[in-house]
Design a protein. Sequence first.
Length: 194
Amino acid sequence: MNNSPLVGRTVRLVPLSTDHAEALLPSASDPEVWQWMPRPRPESLLQMRALLSRMTADPSRRCFAVQRCDDDVVIGSTSLYDLDLAESRAEIGATWFDRSCWGGPYNAESKLLLFGHAFDDLRLARLALRTDNLNLRSQRALTGLGLVHEGTLRSHMRRQDGTRRDSLYYSLLADEWPTVRDKLRARVAAKRAR
């Protein structure tokens, strides 16, 4: 699928490619950044390129590098995946940001752009996001935005340390999007004002 950049005030989401491997490796190889990711943490440029290659080769994904608008630095990545236009649904995931960007407007605005793309451009009826049952920060953020906790897939996948994780599923429907959009806009504005 052909991706087009999604442009906000603080970030732009540009189509992801293996050319972003060098820029993304420092954040992806950070154990704290990668803590809740279900796939092995890339520890070399070769592993990073291989990961990005797998991600971008999947025809049901739209993968983006997150680039700061003020200096064009790539600070993270996010994706729509399991995109099913016939069923009008997708999931959002494979999202990570350089730790130096945590707490800023970047994640909130990237969600604003990606949700807008899903609902306004692709006319999807449903988005889902999932998180590890131990990732309380993510759970609070998703609930705080107004996403609905739908349930838990018990022993859903293996963590990097070999333990089994439960995956908590959250969703957002098209008719809920305007309210969530307003919350995200307010969050981005508040974080930019700091």
